[in-house]
Design a protein around this ligand. Structure first.
Ligand SMILES: NC(=O)c1ccc[n+]([C@@H]2O[C@H](COP(=O)([O-])OP(=O)(O)OC[C@H]3O[C@@H](n4cnc5c(N)ncnc54)[C@H](OP(=O)(O)O)[C@@H]3O)[C@@H](O)[C@H]2O)c1
Length: 371
């Protein structure tokens, strides 16, 4: 069996669904993969058995209905989200419902994770697990909970591979690396990023991950003068210095939704000799863009202004229309939606049966804002 998502496997997934889902639902991703325009996220919820079971069922439904992008992070729900993904996908594969090479498994490292539940004394847990064990020194830690230290990242990649039950993680993100900029200067940040990129390139060489990038919250949505600002061209340049033009820094993630459209609207990134949007910069640099928080943590799922229904036509609910907006944003490969409920997976994946909104309909929302 293949150990990772492949070009052929992701095409097979698309072709199997061809009777119900139009081909535009699948977009060109990194390494020649085809990625569904709606992916399942696993951030929210308590670290308990009931939430595990709910995510497992929602994941099975989402995959059956056309999702082949699964997103997690080692710290989500104290590693339980990674573990439930590993369990649910292994079961689907064992039952012959899915093949490993059809699904793009993505996770993140950076925030120190708990293990199964939240301990009473978090500081002590981190001290015992990560500092006493020699994986981190106190100087490697930012905000008491974030690190890009090479030895620590190596450990985190191994833990994620075990949790997810995979030989190869298809996309490995450094999680909110801009957190480091709240504590260290930009030169130190670039030194730390270089060390992290070196680890990730080696992990690619060893087949432990297939490609990597950064998953961010503020970094790409603030102006170039802001402390947490990330310049995509600078990050890609660090990767090129480490591994040449064939580096594997191929995906970025940032929030993109009706309330946070900066990936498309804010010209804060160098693109050649001018400043353009993040999606323009990513396109020029050969980096794919994945949108997180497509529903702004559920806040865009109800009681939206009428103009949304007028622009995102043919859909029944505001959640569907909000997702349609994100997957129709130029330059966005996949819109990630957190779904613990099977009913939400069914409602949200109904959007995949429709083509994305036309560019004119998409732009109507911006015209309306200005008017
Ligand atoms: N910095 C980062 O790296 C970062 C930050 C944020 C998010 N992410 C990724 O992006 C994913 C998506 O973001 P998110 O989970 O934070 O927020 P989200 O996708 O914007 O919203 C998820 C919430 O919306 C609810 N929901 C889903 N479908 C719905 C529907 N049809 N009607 C009503 N409510 C609905 C979900 O409920 P149920 O769960 O009950 O179904 C959940 O409470 C995350 O899971 C994570 O994988 C990454």
């Amino acid at each position: 069996m293949d150990e990772a998502a492949t070009r052929d496997g992701t095409r097979r997934f698309r072709d199997r669904l061809a009777g119900t889902i139009p081909p535009e639902h699948f977009r060109a991703g990194p390494n020649g993969l085809l990625l569904s325009s709606i992916g399942i996220g696993t951030y929210l919820g308590s670290p308990d058995d009931a939430t595990d079971a709910a995510y497992g069922q929602a994941l099975v439904a989402a995959v059956a209905l056309g999702t082949n992008v699964v997103d997690s992070a080692i710290n989500y729900r104290a590693q339980r989200s990674e573990r439930v993904i590993g369990m649910a996908l292994a079961a689907l594969i064992a039952e012959g419902e899915l093949q490993r090479d059809e699904v793009v498994i993505c996770t993140k490292g950076g925030y120190l994770p708990f293990d199964g539940d939240y301990p009473a004394d978090a500081g002590r847990y981190f001290q015992d697990t990560y500092v006493r064990s020699g994986l981190l020194t106190p100087a490697d830690l930012v905000a008491g909970s974030h690190s890009l230290a090479p030895r620590y990242l190596l450990d985190q990649i191994e833990r994620s591979r075990r949790n997810l039950r995979v030989a190869t993680v298809d996309v490995y993100y450094l999680h909110n690396p801009e957190t480091q900029l709240t504590a260290v200067d930009r030169t130190t940040f670039h030194t730390r990023m270089t060390g992290a990129i070196r680890v990730l390139e080696r992990a690619v060489d060893q087949g432990k991950i297939a490609c990597y990038g950064v998953a961010t919250w503020n970094g790409f949505r603030v102006g170039a003068g802001e402390r947490e600002y990330l310049a995509l061209a600078d990050l890609v340049e660090l990767a090129e210095r480490e591994a040449g033009k064939s580096h594997h820094f191929r995906v970025v993630q940032l929030p993109c939704n009706l309330a946070m459209p900066e990936a498309f609207t804010l010209r804060n990134q160098r693109v050649g000799d001018h400043f353009g949007s993040l999606v323009e910069a990513a396109d020029e640099l050969g980096v794919k863009v994945v949108a997180s928080a497509a529903l702004l943590q559920g806040q865009l799922a109800g009681q939206m202004p009428e103009i949304l229904a007028q622009a995102m036509v043919g859909l029944d609910t505001d959640a569907q229309r909000s997702i349609q907006f994100v997957r129709s944003t130029p330059g966005i490969t996949t819109a990630l939606v957190g779904m613990r409920r099977r009913a939400h997976a069914e409602e949200n994946l109904a959007v995949a049966r429709r083509p994305p909104a036309s560019h004119d309909d998409f732009l109507r929302l911006f015209t309306a804002r200005e008017g």
